[in-house]
Every structure is written in C-alpha cells, then in structure tokens.
Design a protein around this ligand. Sequence first.
Ligand code: GDP
Length: 191
Amino acid sequence: KSSGLPGGLNSDNGGMVDAKNLRVKLVLLGDSGVGKSCIVLRFVRGQFDPTSKVTVGASFLSQTVALQDSTTVKFEIWDTAGQERYAALAPLYYRGAAVAVVVYDITSPESFTKAQYWVKELQKHGSPDIVMALVGNKADLQEKREVTVQDGIDYAEKNGMFFIETSAKTADNVNQLFEEIAKRLPRPSPS
Ligand code: GDP
C-alpha cells in the first residue's frame, strides 16, 4: 500500500502531508451550465452566487474538510471554467487528480449523457485509483426533473462511483458530497 517514498509522500496523488492530513487534487467535470462553479462556491464560501464565476482559464480554490477521526483532507479544487469544450485540456487537467467529481443537471438528460462521456475519459486517462463521484445537481428543481435518482444510482454503481444529488442553490448535500469523498480516500497506514 505504501508509495515507497519517505513520509508517505505521493506526488501522483496530489501530495500527502502526513498520515492524518491529506492534500488532494480534485477535478470537476461536466457539461457547461450544470452548476460546477456554484457547487464549489457553495462549498468554499457558503454562498450561491452564479455571477461571481471565472470565465477564462481554469479556476482554483481550496477547502479543508475535518473528519470525525480528527484527520483532515484539503481539497485543491480545479474547475474547468468553460474549458470543457476543449479536449486538449484533458490530460493536463486530470494529471495527479486523486478525485474526480462528475456533475450533471437532473433536469437535463443531455448533461447526464455527457457525464457518462467524462467518466469514460477518466477511465481512459485518469489515475487507476482515482476516487470518482457522480453528482446530480439542481435537485431543488424536482418539478423539472428528467433524470431519475435510480438512473444515477445504477450508472454510478456500474462504474464504481459514489453517487449523490445536490443543490448548490439550497446547499442541500453539498458539504456531504465532499465529506463522503474525504472518507473514501485511500489513506496511508500510520507507521
Ligand atoms: P458550470 O458551467 O457547470 O460551472 O455552471 P454554473 O455553476 O455556472 O451554473 C450554471 C447555472 O445553473 C447558473 O445560472 C446557476 O444559477 C444555476 N445553478 C447552479 N446550481 C444550481 C442548483 O443547484 N439549482 C438551481 N436551481 N440552479 C443552479
């Protein structure tokens, strides 16, 4: 299980500070407009502010999650900021990512199809031990729902992913998403 490097340092995994404190690169993927930036801003700043998004270049924010067992995970969150259109971005973007969060919009079947494309891309180009989460966002728009909860569950299960539905607007399940990812990260055995 050990990376073979001193102190459990594992640069392929975005870096490990020590056995109790991890630092990981997390990449966001999904169709434009599904709410990736809003999820991050909700998680990092506790706000729903669709106007403050970055429009050029990949944006970067970080936030630490403290778990019950007194370990911490610092997420370094990479948002495509609209660059999902450019396939050439992919290899650099995925490199060193320990976590990938693939987002769709529950009111958009097209975005669910696109999410499946990103999962395949990750399976091809991502790290083999990457932790993947499938996120159905805009769960507050129940009356406009076009992707069922079961569709999300089934696809995630088939692909070894963690699944959750969120609303960046109401904050529903946003912190839970990151906490559940934090719990699922492979940890070095304390030496
Ligand atoms: P991105 O392109 O994936 O980063 O998407 P944005 O974060 O820019 O969000 C796109 C649009 O969806 C914005 O107009 C947001 O107001 C809206 N949005 C994002 N999350 C939610 C949500 O959970 N519920 C609702 N109703 N709208 C959302």
